[in-house]
Design a protein around this ligand. Structure first.
Ligand code: ADP
Ligand code: ZN
Length: 514
């Protein structure tokens, strides 16, 4: 379809003048009948990617969404634009569901939103309707590797078998590279075209602070900006309640929000926050999915998040209007211990522990934090951001080019098949079984770094990961892989700035917690 026609449809049906990045490309991909995986940050404009094709395609578009609470809003806003849409989920009576299904059969509706667990209601109608597109929203919920696994999603792989010639569009705001592959495999997508919109949110400042006296720090932070609202994310329900009480005692208009509270109370708090009647919400991660409030000016993490995906999604709720917004993460040793315990007891313990470790490395990092976040999502950036605490207050750097060359070439010689400890052993010329069993002592680069301590090598490698030259493959036993940036150092003479290794346990106050 020509770009003029698509623009005309966008204007006519949704009132927008132009497409946001990737929207038009994704739409064209779907219209050409291909399976598509679209990764866009929250607020990036995912809905248009299936709503516009739905209007153009001859049959019905099914949208699978886990967010029952949001379906009504989405359908209402489509209807307000004159687009025939409905939703089917367990909140409806069976008469209501039957009526909607009849409307589908009678071709009175172009889009239908369905919760994954309600798909079976449509089974009988499937033979009587033409399905032109299947959109799967929040597609990361299918992956146990992601951070929000939902069992109801696991069955969705059957859709491709059931409708082999119908394109599937999988959408998510949060998926690292391995999760993307998993989504595509589990949904049985056929050679999907993958679109990744930039995740960079330049208007969000990034800061990590030691958790010393964090309640006082938070109170001071909020009192400093009495007219700006924000969210404090806490790990436990209990903390949300205790913290909101402490804030209230100092005169701050704060409320607690977690999944254990009465649903009426929850929607009341949510409404008050959206309408600027409540300044601060102290919440678990249950708060936020689907909350469309553009002027959240700050997000604080009272506790260390479980992984970078979750963290990035949560801070992404700030500053959706594009105006400068602040984010602060409190790091504490106690949190780390507790999170390690949770992760090791949960599903996919090994992967979750590795992701938690990566989160901690981010918090401890001495290089531009935005670079770390973006490279985590596969975006390589050369420039430091200037809007994180490290950029604003940089540590002392030295020329670490030789160290970087040695480390990256070691990873290359080991053919990207080893995790961090073996790489360090290899660099240091260790004579242990992990080296000798594989004959690594005969490779070039073996023992070129014997002059640097084990601890220091470990830290330098983490810095190289943080700088985006190499990465951890979480789903392949944490093997260290090179990124396309490594080649610049290995073959093109790029200089690398490293920082002197700090003995974390001595210098960092993060170990102590109050
Ligand atoms: P997501 O699902 O990716 O979080 P939405 O689809 O809800 O994002 O879109 C976020 C906001 O951006 C909505 O208010 C939507 O109306 C708006 N939007 C989407 N596409 C465009 C566009 N091309 N031009 C202007 N606004 C847009
Ligand atoms: Zn920075």
């Amino acid at each position: 379809m020509t770009t003029e026609i698509l623009h005309a449809k966008l204007k006519e049906n949704f009132g927008f003048e132009k497409f946001r990045p990737n929207q038009e490309e994704i739409i064209n991909c779907i219209l050409s009948g291909k399976d598509t995986l679209a990764i866009m940050p929250t607020g990036g404009g995912k809905s248009i990617c299936f709503q516009l094709p739905a209007l153009v395609l001859p049959g019905i578009t099914i949208i699978i969404s886990p967010l029952i609470a949001l379906m009504k809003d989405q359908v209402d806003s489509l209807k307000a634009n004159g687009i025939a849409a409905c939703f089917i989920n367990s909140s409806q009576s069976s008469e209501e569901q039957q009526m909607h299904i009849q409307n589908l059969v009678d071709q009175k509706v172009k889009l239908v939103y369905v919760a994954p667990e309600s798909l079976s209601y449509l089974e009988n109608a499937f033979s009587q309707i033409t399905i032109s597109l299947i959109a799967i929203d929040e597609a990361h919920c299918i992956s146990a590797w992601g951070h929000d696994f939902r069992p109801a999603y696991t069955n969705l792989g059957y859709l491709k078998n059931r409708f082999p010639s119908t394109p599937i569009l999988a959408l998510t705001a949060t998926a690292d590279k391995a999760t993307r592959t998993d989504i595509s495999e589990q949904l049985n997508l056929v050679e999907p075209k993958i679109f990744v919109a930039s995740f960079d949110r330049k208007n969000l400042s990034l800061e990590v602070r030691p958790a010393l006296d964090r309640v006082k720090q938070i109170i001071d932070f909020i009192k400093d900006k009495p007219n700006e609202c924000g969210i404090v994310y806490c790990l436990s329900r209990k903390t949300t309640e205790e913290l909101s009480e402490k804030l209230q005692k100092t005169g701050i208009n704060a409320k607690a929000y977690h999944a254990g509270l009465d649903s009426r109370l929850r929607s009341k708090t949510q409404d008050e926050f959206i309408n600027d009647e409540c300044q601060v919400v102290c919440a678990t991660i249950a708060f936020g999915m689907g909350i469309d409030k553009s002027n959240v000016r700050w997000v604080i993490h009272y506790n260390l998040p479980k992984n970078i995906e979750g963290y990035y999604q949560e801070i992404g709720r700030a500053g959706r209007d594009g105006l400068p917004s602040e984010t602060v993460l409190f790091e504490s040793y106690g949190d780390m211990i507790q999170l390690q315990k949770f992760a090791s007891e949960g599903l996919n313990a090994e992967v979750q522990l590795a992701k938690l470790e990566r989160m901690k490395q981010y918090a401890d990092a001495l290089s531009c934090r935005r670079k770390i976040l973006l490279s985590y999502f596969g975006e390589l950036v050369t420039e430091n951001c200037g809007n994180c605490d490290i950029c604003k207050n940089p540590p002392a750097f030295f020329d670490g080019t030789i160290i970087a060359q040695k480390a990256l070439s070691a990873i290359m010689r080991l053919q990207e098949t080893e995790a961090l400890p073996v790489i360090v052993d290899f660099l240091r010329g260790s004579k242990n079984a992990s080296i000798y069993d594989k004959g690594y002592q005969n490779l070039k680069t073996y023992s070129v770094g014997a002059d640097i301590s084990w601890y220091d090598w470990n830290q330098y490698l983490i810095q190289l990961i943080n700088l985006g030259y190499c990465e951890i493959a979480f789903h392949q036993q944490n093997k260290i892989k090179l990124t396309p940036f490594a080649k610049k150092v290995l073959f093109e003479g790029e200089k690398v700035q490293l920082t002197t290794v700090q003995k974390v346990s001595k210098d960092k106050p993060t170990i102590k917690e109050r």
